[in-house]
Design a protein around this ligand. Structure first.
Ligand SMILES: Nc1ncnc2c1ncn2[C@@H]1O[C@H](COP(=O)(O)OP(=O)(O)O)[C@@H](O)[C@H]1O
Ligand SMILES: Cc1ncsc1CCOP(=O)(O)O
Length: 273
């Protein structure tokens, strides 16, 4: 585990680049094939729609390969994993790789349960473009003896920076570790995304929806590291704005969707200049 005294200084991702990436995604309106968990389907689809992307939850073993090849990006989230779903995921990933469709892995509760942890290690061999998880999940995948509290992290993201960098080098994926601040790394360069609000952890699915947004941003991206950092920033900034317009978790969710919908790429540029 990293030691607080050895945490490197990580540069903050510039807001003007968030604006540029957001403009690219809004213009492209990417089609995102989501094989997510059964808890977060609705918030995931709504977040993608509010942003301007097109979600499709195509999950049947008979259909996933065909759809992964026509989508702009694929999301694999193991939150509610069972054998039939895992088989569909493996077929979707194989087809995505053959069609050069980038895919994102959300390793929900990695390290907590043996079945999903074994499945995740197999999926890692299939070259995800991005891995997005909380600190416990990223540390577990990087080989540390970390374990979350079910689907939640028991560690701070700042303590998982080294694990994220190592996992990126091991897999060739961009790794995003999220929490109080988000850190995005390709193993060589690392960006910090300092925005967000703790209320985002009091409604289910913000992390899972973020992984879907990461998939939307990575579709056709000229620079995947920049795309993933921008995706994290857009969600975190929307979280801050929603918090100031709500009373608690019940009103946070609609305020969050509104914040994503209202957000304009040009506004993000202007704040930084
Ligand atoms: N303590 C916090 N303060 C501010 N933002 C947070 C905090 N915890 C999580 N977030 C934000 O919530 C979103 C989901 O992250 P996280 O809770 O780490 O994912 P997961 O749901 O997979 O555990 C991210 O955009 C992150 O920036
Ligand atoms: C509660 C729960 N149980 C299995 S998957 C899941 C959703 C986790 O969503 P998130 O980590 O984004 O809050």
């Amino acid at each position: 585990m990293s030691d607080l005294h050895t945490i490197p200084l990580i540069p903050q991702f510039p807001l003007y680049r968030v604006g540029e990436e957001f403009a690219r995604v809004r213009a492209a309106a990417p089609l995102v094939h989501c094989l997510s968990n059964e808890v977060v389907q609705s918030i995931t689809a709504n977040v993608l729609l509010a942003l301007g992307a097109s979600p499709a939850m195509i999950v049947a073993e008979e259909e996933v390969a065909e759809f992964a090849a026509m989508a702009d990006a694929l999301l694999i989230n193991v939150g509610t994993l069972y054998p039939a779903r895992l088989l569909a995921m493996q077929k979707a990933v194989t087809a995505a790789n053959a069609a050069h469709t980038p895919w994102v892995l959300d390793p929900v509760a990695a390290g907590v349960l043996a079945y999903r942890t074994d499945a995740l290690h197999d999926l890692l061999l299939q070259k995800p473009a991005v891995i997005r998880g909380n600190a416990s999940e990223i540390m577990a995948l990087a080989g540390e003896s970390a374990s979350g509290k079910g689907v939640d992290s028991t560690a701070s993201s700042v303590l998982a920076i080294a694990a994220a960098q190592r996992l990126a080098l091991q897999t060739g994926a961009i790794v995003a570790v999220t929490g109080e601040a988000d850190y995005v790394s390709d193993g060589v360069s690392t960006w910090a995304i300092p925005w967000g609000h703790v209320l985002m952890t009091r409604v289910v699915g913000t992390g899972c929806a973020l992984s879907a947004v990461v998939a939307a941003f990575v579709a056709g991206a000229p620079d995947k590291l920049v795309a993933v950092a921008a995706a994290c920033a857009v969600m975190a900034i929307a979280g801050e704005r929603a918090e100031s317009a709500c009373d608690g978790p019940g009103t946070f969710l609609p305020a969050f969707l509104d914040a994503l919908y209202i957000m304009q790429p040009a506004m993000l540029k202007a704040v930084d200049e």
